[in-house]
Design a protein. Structure first.
Length: 359
């Protein structure tokens, strides 16, 4: 073998060895990259929900596992028809559009940030198992947009399990309060809405009295009659500011509770209401609320025009319907009258001097 051939052979061998070394190093770097944060991120499952996906979603099912051994899983089902969301399970009712929108908007913020455990053995530990997690399924036209279990939350993010991917993952952007509402939180709580400036008349009939408030121009007048006692008379010391406070309580009246479907009007004290409020608007429309028995806490069961269900309202709103005349009177005037009465009283006569002589 000539020196020239030996040289070419050596060069060829070096080239082969260099290529092999290059490929080996490349493979090693690729393997090392899978253990780095950027490498892990590249292999993470993607949650990429777009605006178009959100607009197309027409069904949401949220199943919360039972709390320990007590109770049963809680399932919420929301469906959209003709661009209108309804709660369809556990009860049929109009949905709270604002709460549904907030939930759907949150989907666009979800992002898988890291692998916590690539296996299945820690599902219970991180509360993403069927028996511990909150299972959320969003679909559009029968096609799944997101199917995931959400568990405990920690410094590394929200623990989650995604259908189609074994393991526990940390998810950023998840807001638990948007998902974990009871049925009441998904129902439309609006009883009615109106502009308080559009009100032209208010009547209140309760166990204490009958009130009639009428508006002429910008001025309110008040008539008052004790129950079963004579003809109506002007309400002394009437404070129209108090009436305006009442209208502020009623112009956006919301339910804070919903009666069970099995309850009757008699069960809730609404067969014989303790008070009835009728609000008349400038177009002739009326808003009526009948007040019944006490609900949870100091709330009251009511039956209101425009809604089918029996609901409860806060004591702040109910107390106006149950009011006595002093609730609509000027408190400072009553104090002034008390002071006038005190001034009108004669001064106490001085005590007579003792007639006893010194001993």
């Amino acid at each position: 073998m000539t020196a020239e051939i030996k040289l070419y052979s050596a060069v060829a061998i070096l080239a082969v060895l260099g290529g092999a070394l290059f490929l080996t190093n490349k493979k090693q770097k690729e393997e090392e990259a899978t253990y780095t944060l950027s490498g892990q991120s590249a292999n993470l499952p993607k949650v990429a929900i777009t605006d178009d996906d959100v607009k197309a979603i027409d069904k949401i099912v949220l199943t919360k596992a039972a709390d320990g051994d007590a109770g049963a899983p809680r399932e919420i089902e929301l469906t959209k028809k003709d661009d209108k969301w309804r709660l369809t399970r556990p009860v049929e009712a109009e949905a709270n559009d604002s709460n549904v929108k907030s939930l759907l908007d949150n989907l666009k913020a979800l992002k898988v940030s890291e692998v916590i455990d690539p296996g299945k053995t820690s599902y219970d530990q991180y509360k993403v198992s069927d028996s511990k997690g909150l299972h959320a399924v969003f679909t559009k036209g029968g096609t799944t947009v997101l199917d995931a279990w959400f568990g405990e939350n920690g410094g590394r993010g929200q623990m989650a399990r995604l259908v189609g991917h074994d393991g526990v993952y940390a998810v950023k952007g998840y807001s638990s309060y948007l998902y974990d509402r009871d049925a009441k939180g998904w129902r439309d709580s609006t009883i009615f809405k109106f502009e308080d400036t559009a009100v032209t008349g208010v009547t209140i009939d309760n166990e204490h009295a009958n009130f009639v408030f009428t508006k002429t121009g910008d001025k309110w007048n008040a008539k008052y009659r004790e129950q079963k006692a004579g003809a109506p008379k002007d309400l002394d010391k009437f404070d129209d500011g108090k009436l305006k406070d009442m209208l502020r309580a009623y112009k956006g009246l919301n339910a804070d509770g919903f009666a069970d479907k099995s309850k009757t009007a008699a069960d809730l004290g609404l067969d014989k209401p303790t008070a009835t409020v009728v609000i008349t608007l400038n177009d002739g429309a009326k808003r009526e609320v009948k007040v019944g028995a006490t609900a949870e806490g100091s709330s009251r069961w009511v039956q209101a025009s425009g809604i089918k269900d029996f609901v409860s309202i806060s004591s702040w709103a109910a107390d106006w319907a149950l009011a006595e005349e002093k609730k609509f009177q000027k408190a400072d005037e009553a104090k002034k009258d008390d002071k006038k009465d005190d001034k009108a009283k004669p001064a106490s006569a001085p005590k007579p001097a003792s007639s006893a002589k010194p001993g």
